[in-house]
Design a protein. Sequence first.
Length: 606
Amino acid sequence: MLTDFKITHKFPIVMISLALVSAIATGFIAFTIAKNEMAKSAENSLFALLESRKSSLNSYFSVIEKDLIFHAQSPLVIDAIKQFSLAWDALGDQQTVYLQDAYIHLNPYSNKQKDSLLQAESGALYNQYHSVYHPEFKNLVTTREFHDLFLFNTKGDLIYTVKKEVDFATNIFTGPWSETHLSQIVREIDPKPSIDQHVFADFFTYEPSDNQPASFIASPVFDSNKQFIGIIAFQMPIGPLNDVMHVTAGMGETGETYLVGPDLLMRSDSRFFHGRSILKTRVDTLSVRKALQGESGNDTILDYRHIPVFSAYAPVDFLGTRWAIIAEIDRKEILEPVYTMSHFLLLSGCILAIAIFFLGYLLASDISNPIVAMTRMMSRLARNDLSINISVSERKDEVGKMAEAMEVFKRNAIERDLLQRKLNHMAHHDTLTGLPTREFATEQFDALLQQSKLSGQKLVVMFADLDNFKWVNDTLGHQAGDRLLKETAIRLSDSIREGDIVARVGGDEFLIILPDAGDASSISLIAKKMIDSVAINFMMQEQHCAITLSIGVASYPEDGEEYSILINKADKAMYLAKKKGKNNFVFASEIDNKPLQSPSLKTNGG
């Protein structure tokens, strides 16, 4: 080849040509791999963020539904509906005029502070009941961040609200708000109410609340004789939804998550729009359509701003209503490092060709060998081999710069791996206490059981339940109950040996697994240590909470050779411990042949 050229000319020409071809090929491969990996990484990260937001949203909805169930059955709400209904009937035919004058038109407080009026000045029976129940309901609305709370009688009369907006004291069936979505859910309940009935109305503008977006959730209320006496409803605000959707961690400069309803209008505000987006911004994209059809996945699309984005989507269902939850980030932001790298590769290739022209074979060899090595390293990185040592990064030339870019890719891959491990940990551990879940503990028990069968060692299962926990929840609130559970988890974990397992398997129920537990005296010492650790009084809201622990103990192989048998016997033994006065432990061997009701059937801790 080129036999008529001198070697001093031919070699630089050949080397430059080969160098250019190699640089172009290497750059193209690197660009393609990097672009695909970056896109795949972005899609995976985006979907993980979407699932995190979806989980938070489902938790929020679950809390609201549980609040509704609890308050629909609470004596406070039952008594309030009964007494407000009596007071309403006592006002004759002038209920709307009287109550709106007393609590709206003649209310001395401003429109946004109408709920500050505790009792109107007249001696009407309604005002007396209002002074009794209003502080309780106002506190509930404030602490739970609801916009309002409604009580209806069986005729559709709105006999009480917290906010005292213009819908107060009207009839939801025949009054001015009979065509609203609040009226729709009350009508849905009223014909055939049932105890387990919960109805949700999607966000629409609600005129009594200054035409702001509002959604409602309602449930029928029954008295102790199971007679239908009225309806309780919560007006849900947009603030908590925005709080969940506007978390920007991991979303970069252009990323956002938002909700879209079946009418293709937003159900949360956009991060990039000033003012309100809910029920105003229409999002008719492929991602939204697929999510509303029940699909989950990733796509590259034009978003509602007509900007190319990576889009992750999934459906969110709540009480018969389906929304689309969308997580998106601009494609340009994700691929910008790849394009920057491609420019760098092009520039370094030109410089490399000029250098080879002057330095010849020695310099070509010096360059070609590292390039070959880097190609191998890039291939290993593409196969997710993170143990690779990018040694050429010590060079100060363009090859070293390329290696630095590879170091960035490697670090990104390591971060993705760490994120996956963190997600796995979250999947197997309780979010409140950090203890293993029932499922994870069951898997560990199966492995330990096989070891015990081979070694002949004893394997002990303890089922523990907090005594008087229901009192803490009912008296001090669920937040105090959560703090108590966290502190209990810490104390139990400090009481066991290294290698033992303590898991949270229910509201206030814990499972303890002791491999190689030794004899009965050793097991008793461990159980007593746990009981003593919990028996130390807890300080909750400046009150001493006397919480104790009841434990049931079952052992392999004496009490059984299967997990279900052992946990059942431990459960019954714990129940016997409670029967004996609580704050103690009982071995399964102490249980006689008389069957016991399992404490796992209870609905509250205690």
